[in-house]
Design a protein around this ligand. Structure first.
Ligand SMILES: Nc1ncnc2c1ncn2[C@@H]1O[C@H](COP(=O)(O)OP(=O)(O)OP(=O)(O)O)[C@@H](O)[C@H]1O
Length: 387
C-alpha cells in the first residue's frame, strides 16, 4: 500500500551489535546536532528494554498528551521530538514485553505519534541482532542503518554481525561510527588510544561501507548525558561535540545511497513533480543499484549503476506485479487476468521504498506492488508475459 507520507521522513536506525558501546549517546547527540543545523528531527527510543534517551535529553517521565486526532504528542527537548517506552510505562515494565508486543509498540511509535513534518526520524535500536531489529528493518521503509562500535576486536566482530543482518533484510548501511576512540586529555590535549585504534575504519573498508567518524572517549560525554544536556549543547567546543556534528552533517547530507538515486521521493508522472535526482557517482555501487529514472510515452527507463539502460512499458510493469492481489502467495501463479488490464494503462506515480525498491500506482488504481531493484534488474532481457 502507498505509505501515508511517502516522501519523508528519512528513517535511520542507529544500531550496535552489543550493549554499552554508546549507541544512545550517539543518537541523542546527532539528533540535537541535526536540529541545530535546522532539520526537523524525531527520535524513537526503540531500545524497549533499556530506554535511556529521555534521561540523556533531560525529559521527565510523564504520560504524553494526545492530539485531537488521537495521536501521541511526542516530548520536545533541545529541539528534538522524542518518544520512548520510558514515557509510557513504569521503569521495569518494558523488560517483560514479549516479541509480538514489542512489534506492536514499535509500530505505534512510528505510526501513531503526532510527528508533524519531519526531515529525519532516528531510531535508537536495542543492542544486538534479534527480533526487534528484524521487525524494524522489515516493517519500515528504513533509509538505512548506522552501526556504532568501540575499537576493540570483540566489539568489531559483533558489529560485523550487525552489518550482515541489515544487509540480509536489504537495509543499506549508511556507515560505521567508532565510539570511545582514543582519550583526549583535558589538560594537555594529548590523545591516548586506550583500546586499539582505527578498528571501525577497517571494518567499514572491509565491508565496503562508509566510515562516518570517530568520537573520542570524553568524561564530559558521561556528565552531560547524566545531566540531560548532550555534549553538543553543553560543551560545543569539545572534540566529542565536533565529532558528533561532523557525523550528523554526513548523515543529513547522505540523503542518497552510495551510487543510488536520491531517496525518499514521490514522483507524480502526469504533473512531472518530484522526479528523483540521479546518482552523483556510481563507481562504488553494485550493478543492480538504480542510478537514474526517466519516463516517457513508451514507458519507464531505468538506468543502472553498471551503465545498462532498461526500458519497461507501463502495462508490462502492471502485469509483472507480484503483490498478493496479483499473484497466488503459495504458488506464485498469476491471478491477475491480463484481459482486464487496459491497453492504454499508465503509471501515475512512482515512489521510493527504502533504498531497495519502488512502489508504483497505475491508472487502474492499483498501487500495492513492491518492485525491488533486484527484481527489476533481473527483468532485463526477459520475455515479458504480456498478452
Ligand atoms: N564518547 C564517549 N566518551 C565517554 N563516555 C561515553 C562515550 N559514549 C558513551 N559513553 C558512556 O558510555 C555509557 C554507555 O552509553 P550508552 O548508554 O549510550 O550506550 P548504548 O550502546 O546505548 O547502551 P545500551 O544499548 O546498553 O543502552 C554511558 O554511561 C555513556 O555516558
Amino acid at each position: 500500500m502507498q505509505p501515508d507520507h511517502p516522501a519523508g521522513p528519512r528513517m535511520i536506525a542507529i544500531s550496535s551489535g552489543k550493549g554499552g558501546v554508546g549507541k544512545s549517546t550517539v543518537t541523542a547527540n546527532i539528533a540535537v546536532a541535526m536540529a541545530d543545523a535546522g532539520l526537523s528531527v524525531g527520535v524513537v527510543d526503540a531500545d524497549i528494554y533499556g530506554p535511556s534517551i529521555p534521561r540523556m535529553l533531560g525529559i521527565r517521565a510523564r504520560k504524553p498528551a494526545m492530539s485531537p486526532d488521537q495521536k501521541i504528542v511526542p516530548a520536545l527537548a533541545h529541539g528534538v521530538k522524542v518518544i520512548s517506552m520510558a514515557m509510557l510505562t513504569d521503569d521495569d515494565a518494558p523488560a517483560i514485553l514479549r516479541g509480538p508486543m514489542v512489534a506492536k509498540y514499535l509500530q505505534m511509535f512510528i505510526r501513531q505519534v503526532d510527528w508533524g513534518d519531519l526531515d529525519v526520524l532516528l531510531l535508537d535500536l536495542p543492542p544486538g541482532t534479534g527480533d526487534i531489529q528484524l521487525t524494524l528493518a522489515q516493517a519500515f521503509p528504513l533509509s538505512g542503518a548506522v552501526v556504532v562500535s568501540t575499537p576493540q576486536d570483540v566489539s568489531l566482530k559483533i558489529a560485523r554481525r550487525g552489518l550482515r543482518m541489515m544487509e540480509q533484510v536489504n537495509v543499506p548501511i549508511l556507515g560505521v561510527i567508532e565510539n570511545m576512540s582514543g582519550f583526549t586529555c583535558p589538560g594537555c590535549g594529548t590523545v591516548t588510544h586506550i583500546f586499539h585504534e582505527g578498528g571501525g575504519e577497517a571494518i567499514a573498508r572491509e565491508l565496503g561501507v562508509a566510515f562516518l567518524g570517530k568520537v573520542p572517549l570524553d568524561p564530559d560525554v558521561v556528565d552531560c548525558g547524566d545531566d540531560g544536556r548532550p555534549v553538543v549543547r553543553a560543551a560545543p567546543e569539545s572534540p566529542a561535540a565536533e565529532a558528533y556534528r561532523a557525523i550528523a552533517a554526513a548523515l543529513a547530507e547522505g540523503a542518497r545511497a552510495p551510487g543510488g538515486i536520491a531517496t525518499p521521493f514521490v514522483w507524480s508522472i502526469p504533473e512531472g513533480a518530484g522526479k528523483p535526482a540521479p546518482a552523483r557517482g556510481t563507481t562504488e555501487a553494485p550493478p543492480d543499484c538504480l542510478s537514474a529514472l526517466d519516463h516517457d510515452n513508451a514507458g519507464l527507463v531505468l538506468h543502472w549503476a553498471d551503465g545498462t539502460e532498461q526500458r519497461l512499458a507501463d502495462r508490462d510493469l502492471r502485469l509483472a506485479c507480484r503483490c498478493a492481489q496479483c499473484r497466488d502467495e503459495m504458488t506464485s501463479a498469476r491471478i491477475l487476468d491480463p484481459a482486464r488490464v487496459p491497453l492504454d494503462l499508465r503509471i501515475t506515480r512512482i515512489w521510493s521504498i527504502g533504498n531497495y525498491a519502488l512502489g508504483m500506482a497505475f491508472s487502474d488504481g492499483h498501487d500495492t506492488g513492491i518492485y525491488t531493484f533486484k527484481a527489476l534488474y533481473a527483468m532485463q532481457g526477459l520475455e515479458l508475459e504480456d498478452v
